[in-house]
Design a protein around this ligand. Sequence first.
Ligand code: FMN
Length: 169
Amino acid sequence: MAEILIAFYSRADENYMNGELTILDIGNTEVAAGMIKELTDADLFKIEQLQPYAKSYNQCIAEAQVDQKRNARPALKRYPESIERYHVIYLGFPNYWGTMPMAVFTFLEHFDFSGKVIKPFCTHEGSGLGSSEEDIKGVCLGAKVERGLAIRGSSVQKAKRHMERWILK
Ligand SMILES: Cc1cc2nc3c(=O)[nH]c(=O)nc-3n(C[C@H](O)[C@H](O)[C@H](O)COP(=O)(O)O)c2cc1C
């Protein structure tokens, strides 16, 4: 089904989940993106910063906060050549300080999403989607931004049913 794209940002390494620091081999949002891939057979694209945030959780949250405060647009490693053929885009990201990581803004501003349907999905540790849906609408003018799905990152492995219902609705 080449007309669907899953574009997601996710960070492995050290994270804070269920009250303790844990090393993740695969980030929570990447796990969620894999579930959508299984259910839709869409194309998958990982949004990656040229300069990734630190592996250390505490350093990473500090770096991400600085980027958010100065409204930065971190450079990305690569982009899909074109998104023309995609009608539906599942856009996945962790909640960073109440919205999307700034690199997701970089990604969104690179393309024209008008006429496309964007389905946001987010993993978080308590804040849900935050202001991300409104923020996506503010950047992707002319796109239809559907109601997003919020999954608690530390429970992502148990979210498949929930995900299925969201996709099929
Ligand atoms: C820089 C940073 C900022 C975060 N800010 C929030 C937040 O404001 N609200 C929240 O609920 N979770 C927050 N979290 C937790 C992540 O959203 C959560 O762990 C998510 O599942 C990580 O996804 P990933 O493994 O795909 O990167 C933050 C995590 C990081 C690293």
